[in-house]
Write a protein that binds this ligand. Structure first.
Ligand code: GUN
Length: 304
């Protein structure tokens, strides 16, 4: 059986077109959505991600602002940059690219972003809101993108067993909470580096999500025939045959698993483009909330 290859790039383009239309509508009414991205240090992979995010913003008609700080920046200096963006009316979404240098506490930084501008959904208030199903929060972009791909491909989640490999705040924990919620109604198993006999769990998965960053971790013998496999891994593997000197590899042994699975996301071109699309959607949502609050206030002042 050959799996259907899920085209995240095409699905992401559809969402970005919707976001661009909504951006144009909001801009015509006086609120142009704006996203600011803070990059600390010069990690080459982070630089590429950040550039893709700001380029996508620009293409959607949003304000985009990139703030690059040296790896030696102090936590207080970084807080100062975040405070400035929290107070800036042109900016509706703020993203601090992770990972951060070791001398900076990521939890403190993520808490510094105002929850109403936290389009990453990493502030504890938004994490909690997502967990209890409160729509005022922002759902992190990568799990939101996987949920969108499941809907797009009409992959049944109700009563199905989802196994997630990895326990990150960026992907796995929020995805588990989205999938087990009323609506998707999945049964979720979350596994991590200390799980005994990982394959025993992955083989039971109707839907397998792998977000670890270990190329080739998931081999065909670890996958149930017909399963939907979502590969979130993006690791640079040195390869002299390529002009860049490396190739991007997912966590799944793609060719062998594609022979056995029912659906599979490629790397690149699967989950990655959805992450950017959902980040833009969150930014438009943040701008829309500000816009509605402002126009409601204006109408009240005018006594309409
Ligand atoms: N690093 C890897 N993925 C992400 C993400 O979704 N958001 C942020 N802020 N940093 C990341």
């Amino acid at each position: 059986m050959a799996a259907k290859i899920i085209d995240g790039a095409a699905c992401g383009r559809e969402i970005r077109a919707e976001v661009a239309a909504e951006t144009a509508r909001l801009a015509a009414e006086g609120t142009t959505p704006g996203l600011a991205v803070i990059l600390v240090g010069a990690d080459p992979a982070s630089e590429v991600y950040v550039r893709s995010k700001t380029r996508a913003c620009h293409e959607a008609g949003m304000h985009d602002r990139l703030i690059q700080l040296p790896g030696s920046v102090t936590q207080d200096e970084l807080f100062g940059a975040i405070d400035g963006l929290n107070a800036d009316p042109e900016i509706h979404g703020i993203l601090v690219q992770l990972p951060l240098p070791p001398h900076i506490h990521p939890k403190a930084v993520l808490e510094r972003v105002h929850p109403s501008k936290d389009v990453d959904g990493f502030h504890p208030l938004n994490v909690g809101r997502a967990f209890v199903g409160d729509p005022r929060g922002f759902v992190p972009a990568t799990p939101a993108g996987i949920m969108e791909l499941l809907r797009h491909e009409r992959i049944e989640t109700h009563g199905r067993h989802v196994v997630i490999v990895g326990r990150s705040l960026i992907v796995s924990k929020p995805l588990a909470s989205l999938l087990m919620a009323p609506g998707p109604n999945a049964t979720v198993t979350l596994t991590h580096r200390h799980t005994v006999d990982l394959a025993q769990h992955t083989r039971m998965a109707d839907i397998l999500v792998v977000a670890v960053g270990k190329p080739g971790l998931i081999t065909a013998d670890m996958v149930k025939p017909g399963a939907a496999v979502f590969d979130v891994g993006t690791t640079r593997v040195p390869d002299e045959k390529h002009a860049k000197g490396y190739v991007i590899k997912g966590d799944v042994d793609f060719d062998a698993v594609a022979e056995k699975a029912g659906w599979i996301t490629p790397v690149p071109g699967g989950v990655g483009p959805m992450t950017i699309a959902m980040l833009l959607r969150n930014t438009v949502e943040a701008a829309m909330r500000v816009h509605h609050a402002r126009t409601k206030g204006e109408r009240r002042r005018m006594g309409v």
